[in-house]
Design a protein around this ligand. Sequence first.
Ligand SMILES: [Mg+2]
Length: 162
Amino acid sequence: MEKKKAIVIDIDDCWMDSRLWISKAPIGSRNEEDWDLFYKKVYLCKPNKSFIRDVINFIFETNVFPIFVTSRSERVLKDTIFQIQNNSSLVVGDTCELYMRTPFNDFRSSEKVKKDILIKLMDMYDIAYAIDDTEINLEMFKSLGIKTVIRYKINGDDYERV
Ligand SMILES: [Mg+2]
């Protein structure tokens, strides 16, 4: 059976403007309390309306299936579903999917979390497109053979194929 064509979409500093929230991240900490405090502030993210509009148009024009892949913890699963559904007509588990970092004691890098998810997804989908703002993730997508990898820059609202 032919695999469904899909696009992998990043959440932070793509779908959401997460600059204020990310600035509060306890980078390098292995203390669950630090991360708990950080995740409680996920409401600081604001919808990135122009990105959302562009991506939704692209999805409907090309008829690709949207899959959100984020290194956010599943501790903020509900908030993340809200941030997707409150800002679009997409429904998680129906017209789109969402994959996240496992909830506790998962200190893998963002790139590793996404790579592990991607490898599983590629069994089920033809991942034709991936869009992200982080260089190391873009390189990883290319190394997996994804044909169209797009770098989004929230500063300047800019898309570039890499
Ligand atoms: Mg990001």
